[in-house]
Design a protein around this ligand. Structure first.
Ligand code: SF4
Ligand code: SF4
Length: 128
């Protein structure tokens, strides 16, 4: 007789897949940067790449501090979607440090607290 019931093993595989999918959904919210407070130190870049790639390398950080005295007297932060790893271009994306209990590591280690994390309200992501 044909059984439509899943075996215990099949059920476990399905549950594992559901957990993987849930963990891959990015945290809803946005980073908030206050240029008037930012010193342009770049620690946020170092902490981001250290946490995600295991090395302190701004080229592998999901955010980039732009500190160009010719265009502005205030440092800005912009998001990066790719970087350089072992001579190759790699794609990545800020996931707001999903799964990290203390929240985004760049926010935690910003010395003057120029970075913040704004959680999205129910029903929509915050865009900035
Ligand atoms: S760590 Fe904070 S102060 Fe330093 S560059 Fe990043 S946002 Fe600016
Ligand atoms: S929130 Fe996390 S992934 Fe996004 S830029 Fe900050 S440290 Fe990097």
């Amino acid at each position: 007789m044909l059984s439509l019931r899943k075996t215990k093993e099949e059920q476990e595989v399905t549950e594992k897949k559901v957990v993987e999918v849930l963990l891959s959904v990015p945290e809803s919210g946005a980073l908030v940067h206050v240029p008037t407070v930012c010193t342009g130190c770049g620690i946020c870049e170092l902490m981001c790449s250290l946490y995600h790639e295991g090395v302190q390398a701004p080229a592998l950080a999901r955010l980039q501090v732009v500190n160009d005295p010719f265009t502005s007297d205030q440092a800005r932060v912009r998001m990066q979607t790719s970087g350089w790893k072992e001579g190759k271009r790699v794609a990545f994306e800020c996931d707001l440090c999903r799964g990290r209990k203390a929240g985004p590591i760049c926010v935690e280690y910003c010395p003057p607290h120029a970075l913040g994390f704004k959680k999205a309200k129910m029903g929509g992501a915050v865009r900035k």
